[in-house]
Design a protein around this ligand. Structure first.
Ligand code: SF4
Length: 341
């Protein structure tokens, strides 16, 4: 039997797989419970499975897809996990405690191809897509530290919609009541704006949507985010307007405030115009300075003024202070730089 990463399987796939090795279908649910509810580390711990089946699993199915290399904790309690993939690439995940919330920021790719110029991950370039097991194992491994994760956000390394198949299958496992049993209200996908996949996501999945916007006109957004040259704002905003949002949900627009670049009152007014008629909320994220990135954080006064203008137009706009910047765990700072092969 060829060895597989067991966390690559959704439940229907696991049912087919157990049948293919001569076991009954219901064993798949048992395996799901052991892996995702009990979080076993070895097949020996699954004492309700026959000895023979456990031996088969021992030789044919790997539980962990990631090797934890390092955990670092910031002064504000944010924790960054550095994982090694089986081929030597590395990724990072970030746990953000904000009681009662415990949010895990997940990576979907090693590196990123989109090259947003305010982002350290973008500067790394693209290494490869993560598979399903590598995505869900970030959750399983962090749950050993923090069993009460409440929220999952795809805002770590990579563009999740550029790895659509693996991300959407991982979400099936996250939502499966026999698997991780998260509510769709607790899962957010953040995208830089891959319009075709964004439209597909709306049809496939009820999870929350966040758009990394960062500028409200094509000229500036194209400078900051090369993806805007492929999918300009008219196309992106049309997809947002047509997105099948469930009642009471809104699309979150992330806006990193860069001093003297996109933080003038005129930029705020353009943003109001752009979001007119969209069920939107805006997260304003003051930039986290990083030695490799040539931008600065705006003054407190400019940040508050920007927020005030948005709120004056009845836009729901919150200032999100990035967490964990002293350990490079804040937005756009993930580099997994210790082990890039
Ligand atoms: S901001 Fe997101 S999409 Fe842009 S380069 Fe960084 S990881 Fe990629």
């Amino acid at each position: 039997m060829q060895s597989v990463f067991i966390k690559n399987f959704t439940l229907p796939e696991m049912e087919s797989w157990v049948e293919s090795i001569g076991e009954r279908r219901f064993r798949a649910r048992q395996l799901f419970r052991h892996i995702y509810a009990r979080r076993v580390r070895s097949w020996e711990e699954c004492s309700d499975l026959s000895k023979m089946f456990r031996v088969q699993l021992e030789f044919g199915a790997r539980i962990n897809a990631l090797k934890l290399l390092e955990t670092r904790e910031a002064a504000d309690g944010t924790r960054k996990y550095l994982f090694e993939l089986h081929d030597g690439h590395c990724i990072e995940s970030v746990l953000i405690p904000d009681p009662p919330r415990q949010t895990l920021c997940l990576s979907s790719q090693a590196g990123c191809a989109l090259g947003c110029n305010f982002c350290v991950t973008g500067a790394l370039g693209f290494k490869r897509n993560l598979n399903v097991a590598e995505i869900v194992d970030q959750i399983c491994q962090v749950q050993r530290d923090q069993p009460r994760l409440t929220n999952l956000v795809f805002m770590g390394m990579g563009e999740p919609l550029a790895n659509y198949e693996a991300v959407s299958r991982a979400i099936q496992i996250m939502l499966d009541p026999n698997g991780m049993a998260f509510s769709h209200r607790r899962i957010t996908i953040s995208t830089a704006g891959l319009v075709p996949q964004l439209r597909r996501l709306g049809e496939d999945s009820p999870v929350n949507l966040a758009i990394s916007l960062h500028a409200a006109d094509d000229a500036l957004r194209g400078q900051l985010m090369p993806i805007n040259r492929t999918y300009p704002l008219t196309e992106l905003m049309a997809a947002c307007r047509e997105y099948p949002l469930p009642p009471r949900k809104r699309i979150t627009f992330e806006y990193i405030l860069l001093d003297g670049v996109n933080d003038d009152p005129a930029h705020a007014r353009k943003l109001i115009k752009l979001l007119y008629g969209v069920r939107a909320k805006v997260n304003l994220i003051p930039f986290n300075p990083h030695p490799d990135i040539p931008y600065r954080k705006p003054s407190e006064e400019r940040i508050l003024k920007f927020q005030e203008i948005l709120q004056g137009a009845q836009l729901n706009a919150l200032i999100r202070q990035s967490r964990g910047s002293d350990i490079s765990a804040a937005c756009g700072q993930l580099a997994a730089r210790y082990c890039q092969p």
